[in-house]
Ligand binder design. Structure first.
Ligand code: GLV
Length: 299
């Protein structure tokens, strides 16, 4: 069962080595532009992050797509035939890493670290009120990432409310009651652009946004306006609509917005390879791979 590696921008060799460390004979093909249709004709599986344009339509024998991460949004392309199964990596260590990043950014904001750093530059020794323990955090998304984020935030004393389509709370009430909002949603047509001028306006004045999901959840010009106008205190964006974020992107220059390059957490190549090989073995036995996503739902 030949597998095509579509891991760009992560190096395919890193994954090939990890997979071959577990299953040395597993046939792998590293994608490169210009690969002939004859080389793609017998590909039955993909291990990847995103489909380059037009590639899905050139894989007539494709049966399974395994994402190298938790999110599958860049792999659910319209050309993917309906019977193709799609799975993702479920990694508690990655979820904890994401949660740690969120706690770092939430505490940094709630304990006013940027204020003290600015004061230090001016040699100014001024105490500010401490309100972190009464801080309410709304976590949008209650899946593997959102639950881990909520647990870790609670462990350091934040008051946490989780929001999902089925949580029984309305999005406006969660946004309106949160000093900090964390986006941990899957990216689907329903959640794309969810955080726009209208929804950001529902967040209280002086509140803060942390996005560890996908850049496309946020309408970035609307966020910039919300921060520049002083409605939001700022945002920590580990993900952006355009990655890598171009050097001339206006997000870089907004006081209060912290940009990190999609580093909140990543599964190790070994963990990804282990879960991929498990799925590959399932298919060889005629069984379904683990951690399948519901393609209609998008996660
Ligand atoms: C990272 O963004 C992932 O989807 O795992």
């Amino acid at each position: 069962m030949k597998t095509l590696l579509l891991t760009h921008p992560l190096p395919a060799k890193m994954f090939a080595d990890a997979v071959h460390g577990i299953e040395p004979k597993l046939p792998l093909l590293e994608y490169r532009p210009g690969l002939a249709d004859t080389e793609l004709a017998d590909v039955e599986a993909v291990l990847g992050w995103r489909f380059p344009e037009g590639v899905a339509a050139r894989l007539p024998r494709l049966r399974w797509v395994c994402a190298v991460g938790a999110g599958v949004d860049k792999l659910l392309v319209p050309e993917l035939p309906p019977p193709v199964r799609v799975s993702r990596i479920v990694d508690a260590e990655q979820a904890d890493g994401i949660a740690q990043f969120v706690v770092l950014m939430a505490l940094r904001h709630a304990r006013k670290l940027p204020v003290y750093e600015a004061q230090q530059r001016k040699r100014q020794w001024t105490r500010q009120a401490i309100g972190a323990l009464r801080c309410h955090v709304g976590v949008l998304g209650t899946g593997a990432m959102g639950s881990s984020v909520a647990r870790m935030l609670q462990a350091v004393g934040f008051q946490v409310t989780g929001y999902s389509r089925h949580s029984g709370q309305s999005l406006p009430s969660v946004l309106g009651g949160s000093d900090i909002v964390v986006c941990a949603l899957p990216l689907t047509p329903q959640t794309q652009g969810l955080l726009d001028a209208k929804t950001l306006a529902l967040m209280p004045r002086g509140s803060y946004l942390i996005n560890i999901a996908r850049g496309a959840h946020v309408v970035e010009p609307d966020l910039i306006d919300a921060v520049r106008s002083g409605h939001l205190a700022g945002a920590a964006l580990d993900v952006q609509q355009h990655e890598p974020l171009p050097a001339d992107d206006p997000l870089w220059d907004v006081p209060g917005i912290t940009i990190t390059p999609h580093i909140a957490a990543q599964s190790s190549p070994h963990t990804i390879a282990l879960q991929f090989v498990q799925g590959w073995r399932c298919l060889q036995r005629g069984e379904a791979p683990h951690n399948l996503v519901d393609r209609a739902r998008g996660y």
